[in-house]
Design a protein around this ligand. Sequence first.
Ligand code: UD1
Length: 337
Amino acid sequence: MQILVTGGAGYIGSHMVVSLLEGGHQVAVLDNYANSSADILKQVEEITGKKCPAYEADVTDAGQLDALMAEIRPDSVFHFAGRKSVAESVERPDFYHQQNVVGTQNLLSAMAKCGCNQIIFSSSATVYGAPEKLPLTETHRVSPFNPYGVSKLAAENAITRWTDAAPERRAVLLRYFNPVGAHISGKIGENPKGRPNNLFPFIVQVAAGLRAELEIYGDDYETPDGTGVRDYIHITDLVEGHIAALAYAQNHKGSEIFNLGTGKGYSVCDVVHAFEAATGIKVPYQIKDRRAGDIATCYADAAKAESQLGWVAKLGLEQMCRDGWRWQENQSGDAQK
Ligand code: UD1
């Protein structure tokens, strides 16, 4: 199949490109490299032994997108391009709307013009907002409480309107829980620019000596050890979920939503201890105040993906830590060269 991956040089996109190339698909990448680098695609080539064309483009440029789409003529699109920092979205809500919502609308319109009827979308469990009931099922009410979450939900809605408008259109909306870890080769992984917002890359950078200590945002939540509980999912499992979604989309018209999570919750302290056990490296930390906007506990009900996509997450916390650390070690090694 001819597949376009937007955001294909990013953390999740690059792992997706590897898996699609290994599956024998023809892949084209579109990325503006705002939070990624073209070098990652060289790593992708090293892993797979295959090259794929990459276009430097921004989804907010509708004219450029139309022209590229007419050239690539994809059978299916994986849409990862977008912004994902909650804090930045609070400071720049209009920018988030532009990038995540208008960018998605431009993409859908370009797809319609070139007759591409299928999209797999990178959404987030953040659209649920504060859970009313756990585990979170796909039918849980949506109520995002920051502009990032609002933009993801608006993009989901734009896609649903797009499939509603023509019977042959197909979309799978995937709501991710907390993707972590890296490719088993250690050649690609998460490489946030600047200070990481998320727990896992922060731990990895403390372990590498790049940061002095982890700040744990609150130990007074109503959880077994007082620290926040989340559903961490290995990037390899997440990508497998997308491959299952691709097969599903081929045979199902309209839009369908699936959670991609493991169904298990781990606390911040669980993750720190698992990382220390997997790598033998101590992660110093300090307890700080709660982070504004954080919730105590969030984990998926992953039953719908299991029954309808035939997909379950297989890899545990230990593997997430080992693979994430291998990637960081390679990064540090490269920096010393
Ligand atoms: C965050 C975003 C969410 C986004 C997701 C992407 C917020 C409020 N939510 O989710 O919208 O979809 O990333 O992966 O930013 N923690 C620490 N110290 C740190 C960092 C995090 O203690 O330095 C704690 C947090 O309080 C939380 C847990 O670790 O309990 C996970 O945090 P994080 O990795 O940022 O993910 P989420 O907050 O779940």
